[in-house]
Design a protein around this ligand. Structure first.
Ligand SMILES: [Zn+2]
Length: 305
């Protein structure tokens, strides 16, 4: 998994030299399909109070470029917010909130909150359906190794990964979901979510998949044979586990899934041409998502109560 090409810091500053250029970009994105007043639906507007804001000609509602977006009530300036998204998106393995707090010079809690918002923006809402050869496997992180045989779930978090394998072992897209156990209803979630019914699914012969054979007629069992088969998916899982190391100890199931989504957001954008556009994609996701409060974030991360 090579992820070298990134847009450079120079090109970031060329594109976004100041607050004005950031607001202009947000306005272009926000109203790219035309203006429609949030309060009354009127399509006519005049100049609003803040930079690039628009004021409805009918009800006089003044909408700033950040209103009703995830940039709303951000504790620091817009240029810094773009910079933060640039850092979060361009670092191969992402960035911790401590690093972010140092890099953009905001306090830890503010950096933490922004980092979580970015993570929400990276969530896979509508996956591209995986086709052709699709390998599916499960893995666990955390917990204590038991001496007992079998797959113990105690203290461990488990996930199921689906990877498209192209000709010559090249990997296509991949997604993962957290699983509560190894029963068929749990194992089928990833199929329902992102696998085409006619895909040539390969699983490593685990019992819980048998009941899905009727719906996925091209599914086959193959033993993983000491890693010789399923090489690609095991590589993805290894990378994923390395990335998750140190995180899973204090993370809830919901939070775990947020991290899975974040990993695969980057994974699915590892080609150099797509990587270049991560910043644009994150900004657009911020613009098209409703504001999130601290309380919302705590809930979404499973951290409240
Ligand atoms: Zn209006």
């Amino acid at each position: 998994m090579v992820m070298k090409k990134q847009i450079s810091i120079q090109s970031f500053f060329e594109k976004y030299p100041d607050d004005e250029s950031c607001y202009r970009y947000l306005a272009e994105q926000k109203w790219k399909d035309g203006f429609s007043c949030q309060k009354c639906g009127c399509n006519e507007y005049g100049k609003g109070y803040t930079l690039y804001a628009r004021r409805c000609k009918s009800c006089r509602y003044d909408e700033s470029v950040t209103a009703n977006t995830m940039f709303h009530k951000c504790k620091f300036g817009i240029h810094k917010a773009f910079m933060a998204l640039f850092r979060i998106g361009s670092k191969k393995k992402g960035i911790s909130s401590t690093e972010l707090s140092n890099e953009i010079d905001v306090n830890q809690k503010t950096a933490w909150l922004f980092r979580r918002k970015a993570q929400q923006a990276m969530k896979s809402k509508s996956p591209v359906i995986l086709e052709g050869q699709v390998d599916i496997d499960e893995f666990g992180v955390g917990g204590h190794r038991s001496n007992m045989q079998g797959r113990s779930l105690e203290g461990k978090k488990h996930a199921q990964v689906a990877v498209e394998v192209k000709d010559g072992g090249r990997m296509g897209r991949a997604y993962a979901l957290a699983i509560a156990d190894f029963t068929t209803p749990s194992l089928r979630r990833v199929f329902d979510w992102c696998v085409h019914p006619m895909a040539d699914v390969r699983v490593d012969g685990f019992y819980g998949y048998r009941a899905l054979m009727a719906e996925y007629p091209n599914m086959g069992y193959e033993l993983s044979d000491g890693g010789e088969n399923f090489k690609e998916i095991h590589l993805v899982i290894l990378n994923m586990k390395n990335w998750l190391r140190g995180i899973h100890h204090h993370c809830s199931k919901q939070h775990f899934e947020n991290y899975l989504d974040e990993f695969f957001y980057r994974f699915n954008r590892r080609g150099k041409n797509i990587r270049k556009n991560i910043l644009g994609n994150l900004i657009n996701r911020f613009v098209s998502s409703p504001p999130l409060t601290y309380k919302d974030i705590m809930e979404l991360c499973g951290l409240s109560g």
